[in-house]
Design a protein around this ligand. Structure first.
Ligand code: ADP
Ligand code: MG
Length: 449
């Protein structure tokens, strides 16, 4: 079998794409069969299959062409699942011993570090919305104190900040068990600091200044607390001067946290500030697949897509609905399906905004850029209209998953290649252009409030 060809493809792609992209889409692929005129590659799930077919196929083809001088089509098949399929007629499974991987099992916190061992890089799904954050966190985990210091991660609620910063801590501990790592929320920092003053407790300063890695979650809660900010400022300096790693998360970038003292703000901006965006459709599907997989339950594509389309802006919420669906199905001894999912979504919908339409996306994007919907759909090619139009196309794709011909049609275009180029252009730009990322995030927020 032509293992060498697929290894060659993987080798070249690994050099070409980011580490996170490689790990997410290529790491668990394997050549399982080949004939003279085709290769069969197994992939872990249907989302990887789709991504490889739609986004990477031409790259894979050109590498094969370079290596072999001929074009050999690749067929991607989903690896046969090892998962348990809950059948419709089995009895309720409450007599079964609990599987240690079920979501109801709460792993214990490490009392020295406060880290939760459940948060790892391995079970974090990487997509366009979080791959920069993921890569930065991995870089810090590999070389704490040298690369990005401090590392400042910001983004909305439930998007994976706590997961990622704790994954850094867990990875560092795994590699260097002797390093002293502490994870703490800024609220606990405030509380401990106030107690140390009130009860004249000694040792507070030492506790946080004599460690190797300090991870502070939800820094926004330190706003307004001037004395604690001052204490944190000294802690920060002591650690930074001795090249100890500091990792901070917050719901906003340093410049937007109100009443953060100027000197602390400027410290936070010394290192690397990076944001996590709302996940796109593929990432949401992959997260659902992976969580169901961890519970050993198979979900059909229809149900996964339905859930991914119903909860778009918060992964914690997505996970919550999935857990409800899985728990309900397990209790009833039935296979989770779209009708069960619909029941839970309908309940949740009462408090959640309605489904977004193409028209709303176009209107809100136009309004955001101070244009009219007519202008954005016109054939004008001036710069101040082209970018908003491309953003609208990108959002129609990422939020509604429309086909390219449909996207073109919505914006009054005949040729669908414009839509393909526009979506690709924005996807690439979002990786590098922080201000564009903020703009797109703001439009999404406007869409879902
Ligand atoms: P935040 O701290 O940003 O509010 P969390 O880190 O608490 O968000 O994430 C919320 C939940 O969603 C957690 O259970 C986390 O494990 C899960 N989660 C978030 N992002 C991902 C991801 N990319 N892959 C897998 N799980 C994720
Ligand atoms: Mg958090």
């Amino acid at each position: 079998m032509d293992q060498a060809i697929w290894r060659g493809v993987l080798g070249e792609i690994e050099i070409d794409v980011s580490r996170a992209t490689f790990v997410t889409w290529f790491k668990n692929t394997e050549l399982v069969d080949s004939t003279d005129n085709s290769l069969v590659v197994s992939v872990p799930n249907v989302f990887v299959k789709r991504q490889l077919e739609s986004k990477f196929n031409s790259k894979i083809q050109s590498i094969i062409q370079n290596h072999t001088g001929q074009s050999i089509p690749v067929e991607f098949i989903v690896k046969s699942s090892k998962r348990r399929v809950v059948s419709r007629d089995i009895q309720p499974s409450n007599t079964e011993p609990k599987d240690s991987t079920t979501p109801s099992t709460v792993p214990s916190l490490d009392s020295k570090t406060n880290l939760n061992p459940r948060y790892t890089f391995d079970n974090f799904i990487v997509g366009g919305s979080n791959d920069l954050a993921y890569s930065a966190c991995q870089a810090v985990a590999e070389n704490p104190g040298t690369k990005y210091n401090p590392l400042f991660l910001y983004g909305g609620v439930g998007l994976g900040k706590t997961h990622l910063i704790q994954a850094v801590g867990n990875a560092i501990k795994l590699k260097n068990p002797n390093l002293k790592v502490i994870y703490i929320s800024s609220e606990t920092f405030v509380k401990e600091f106030l107690e140390s003053i009130r009860f004249k407790k000694k040792g507070f300063s030492d506790k946080y200044r004599n460690i190797d890695v300090l991870i502070v979650d939800d820094m926004q809660f330190i706003a307004n607390k001037e004395k604690t900010q001052e204490e944190f400022f000294h802690t920060f300096n002591a650690l930074h001067q001795s090249n100890k790693q500091i990792i901070i998360s917050s719901d906003k970038p340093p410049k937007s946290i109100p009443t953060l003292t100027e000197r602390l703000r400027s410290r936070f901006e010394w290192g690397m500030s990076i944001d996590i965006q709302m996940p796109d459709f593929e990432t949401r599907c992959a997260i659902l697949e992976s969580k169901a997989d961890q519970s050993n339950i198979e979900l059909d594509i229809e149900t996964v897509e339905f859930l991914a389309n119903s909860v778009k802006t918060n992964i914690r919420e997505l996970e919550g609905v999935l857990n409800q669906v899985l728990a309900f199905s397990e209790m009833r001894g039935v296979r989770p399906d779209i009708s069960i999912a619909e029941g839970f979504i309908l309940n949740a919908k009462k408090t959640r905004p309605q489904h977004v339409t193409s028209k709303q996306i176009i209107d809100r994007t136009a309004r955001f850029f101070q244009l009219t919907p007519v202008e954005i759909c016109s054939s004008k090619r001036s710069k101040h209209i082209v970018l908003p139009r491309q953003v609208a196309m990108y959002l129609l794709r990422s939020e509604l998953h429309l086909s390219f011909p449909k996207i073109s049609q919505e914006l009054g275009r005949k040729d669908h290649t414009t839509a393909i180029h526009s979506v690709e252009k924005i996807e690439t730009a979002l990786k590098f252009d922080v201000s564009l990322r903020d703009q797109v995030a703001e439009i999404k927020e406007l869409l879902y409030v």
